[in-house]
Design a protein. Structure first.
Ligand SMILES: *Cc1c(COP(=O)(O)O)cnc(C)c1O
Length: 249
């Protein structure tokens, strides 16, 4: 029977799997001539219960940098928020929304998310920004780009992305920290890599634009269990990992 403190996956197993993911990231970074510390691992916790998430945070905590957690649905973020509130307040945890945000869930997202990685329209950005301004706070956001063009994927198209990113960066109440994408669903490594390279090129254009609020927008959230090496090779600064840590869903 699983212990109530550790959920379904024992903490020693979580620690071993997180270490293995970090080793994959570090190997990929060194192979690309990058500093491994320039890539953070976000734990994608969808469908995991609060006890498992808490155990994963304990396993991942390095005593220094906040553990990044990502949820796809606002409801799940809200459900786990009470268990995480103390860790968020202590700066040990950041909660990122990595799934599509509907505008009628903006208030609930703002109550719990440290960062919304999935801004894909000016209307959504404006809704977030106006509430943040009213509350006298600043929310970290990323613009989600659909680099693969797959119709099932959310995100703004690559051609519109630089313009949207600059518009979002200019909004008071928001701080644009970078761009996010989900890689092409393909076994063709060259195709997947080309999508990640595209996101990096868009990021470089946005930062080079000199538009207000874009200078710090350097994060590239890209790469998951199956393609994180390709993403790190193309400049990922955050990889989002679920399966490699929590097992198949
Ligand atoms: C589930 C999910 C991940 C993690 O995917 P794995 O393949 O399980 O590592 C990353 N990003 C997003 C947006 C997800 O929904």
């Amino acid at each position: 029977m699983p212990s109530p403190l550790t959920g379904n996956v024992p903490i020693v197993a979580l620690r071993a799997r997180i270490d293995a993911v970090r080793a994959r990231v570090a190997d990929a970074a060194r192979a690309a001539g990058r500093d491994p510390r320039g890539v953070r691992v976000l734990l994608a916790t969808k469908t995991q219960d609060a006890a498992t998430v808490l155990a994963a945070v304990e396993a991942a905590w390095d005593g220094e940098r906040p553990v990044l957690l990502g949820e796809n649905r606002v409801q799940e973020l809200t459900a786990k928020a009470p268990a995480l509130a103390g860790l968020v307040a202590d700066g040990r945890v950041e909660t990122h929304l990595i799934g599509h945000l509907q505008r009628n869930k903006v208030n609930a997202a703002l109550a719990t998310a440290s960062c919304v990685q999935t801004v894909d329209s000016l209307a959504l950005a404006a809704a977030l920004a106006s509430r943040c301004e009213r509350d006298g706070r600043v929310l970290d956001v990323m613009v989600q780009v659909n680099v693969s063009g797959e119709p099932t994927k959310a995100g703004v198209g690559p051609h519109e992305a630089p313009h949207l990113a600059c518009e979002v960066a200019a909004l008071a109440g928001l701080r644009l920290t970078g761009l996010m994408t989900i890689g092409a669903r393909s076994d063709d490594a060259a195709l997947v890599s080309a999508g990640f390279a595209r996101l990096r090129a868009i990021r470089d254009d946005v930062v080079a634009s000199g538009a207000p609020g874009t200078a710090q927008a350097r994060e590239l959230s890209m790469g998951m269990t199956g393609d994180l090496e390709l993403a790190v090779a193309q400049g990922a600064t955050i990889v989002r990992v679920g399966t490699a840590v929590f097992g198949p869903r």
